[in-house]
Design a protein around this ligand. Structure first.
Ligand code: PLP
Length: 362
């Protein structure tokens, strides 16, 4: 058995005891009761997104978050389309890799990982490439913890008749997003991020008219988003293939707990408080935050190594011994490490973490 610790990573994250307990039964995947749970959580996801079932649908896809993104890219963008991708981190790059694999014509708008994607840049690219049909970007780039201004960019792009895809993996449920007002056609997230469930599936909140026009475009069977949607609609919530039954029950419980906490706004406030406490406490201990406060998300924070001699591996293991697991950095320009503050993480946990770090840095 491993020693228990608090996960300060941006998903998987620390879940509540009740979410874990919801997995303590072997559920059937084809049963009517199970299908009802699926239909219910699909509906709850639309409530979290504040959209109506007349206009939007929520479609789960088995696998981690990347499977959901790949499902959208591989089964809703055709060989005749052209995809513009806003990239300021590893997750934006990942979409570009997918486009390469599927032979999708794409233009990469690449920005320094420490800076946000801006409307000005997007405008420039759309002027330069008038044949763009689809646009994809990341909301919270978990690579650094930066928030990209989807509320400024997506409505502009959508007004040009372009289909919009937002990877809101690490923000949906923890940061308010105006899916409808912002004109998002596909929003992707997963079970193990701000909804605070366990890993096992991703989900796509899709504008129905847009999704329904993609029938037959899929390049793979298992990641066919339209087909998964059609099957769930036809068969009252039946997944096409074996679904992660335990994960689904944990997710159903997690959605209930999100509501009990006061919804996305309340959860967002807790995350904001956690992040502020963490960032100020760390700065007092001599660690500099990588991202400008204006663009810093309340999800995960990148800290620059305090000295050239700083040994992350040693730091990581000492912290783990104290009951906290953190993340290495993911960018090349500056040596950093990351600390997430989402999940069942409260102010007192941040206090304890800062005390442990202070002790280690002595
Ligand atoms: C977590 C995450 C993903 C998906 O990663 P998986 O490891 O496949 O779950 C995609 N995009 C962003 C922004 C993420 O934070």
């Amino acid at each position: 058995m491993v020693e228990k610790y608090l996960l300060l990573t941006p998903g998987p994250l620390t879940t509540s005891e009740t979410v874990k307990k919801a997995m303590d039964f072997d559920y059937c995947t084809w049963d009517d009761d199970y299908k009802k749970i699926t239909q219910s959580f699909r509906h709850s996801l639309l409530e979290v997104a504040k959209v109506s079932s007349d206009e939007y649908t929520a479609v789960p896809i088995q696998g981690s978050g990347t499977y959901g993104v790949e499902s959208v890219i591989s089964s809703t963008v055709s060989a005749d389309d052209k995809l513009l991708i806003g990239i300021n981190g590893a997750y934006g790059k990942r979409i570009s890799e997918m486009a390469d694999i599927y032979g999708i014509d794409h233009v990469d708008l690449v920005v320094d990982e420490r800076a946000p994607i801006t409307l000005e840049l997007v405008k420039e690219y759309l002027d330069k490439y008038p044949d763009i049909t689809h646009f994809a970007m990341i909301h919270c780039e978990t690579t650094t913890g930066i928030i990209n201004p989807i509320d400024e960019i997506i409505p502009y792009v959508s007004a040009h008749g372009i289909v919009t895809i937002v990877d809101a993996m690490s923000s949906f449920g923890g940061v308010p997003i105006n899916v409808k007002e912002d004109k998002i056609d596909y929003l992707i997230s997963s079970s193990n991020k701000c909804i605070q469930g366990v890993p096992g599936f991703s989900f796509v909140i899709a504008r129905k008219t847009v999704l329904e026009a993609t029938k037959g475009l899929a390049r793979t069977l298992s990641l066919d988003l339209y087909d998964q949607y059609a099957e769930m609609e036809r068969n009252n919530g039946k997944w096409r293939f074996t679904s992660p039954t335990h994960v689904v029950h944990a997710f159903y419980e997690a959605l209930k707990e999100l509501k009990e906490e006061g919804g996305v706004e309340a959860r967002h406030q807790r995350y904001v408080n956690n992040q502020k406490h963490l960032a100020t406490g760390m700065e007092e201990l001599g660690f500099k935050v990588l991202i400008d406060e204006k663009y810093q998300s309340p999800i995960i924070t990148s800290f620059i190594y305090p000295t050239a001699e700083f040994d992350f591996n040693e730091f990581y293991h000492e912290l783990k011994g104290d009951g906290f697991v953190i993340y290495p950095g993911k960018i090349s320009q500056v040596p950093t490490f990351r600390i997430g503050n989402i999940g069942e993480v409260y102010d007192e946990d941040i206090t304890k973490l800062l005390i442990a770090i202070k002790e280690i840095m002595k």
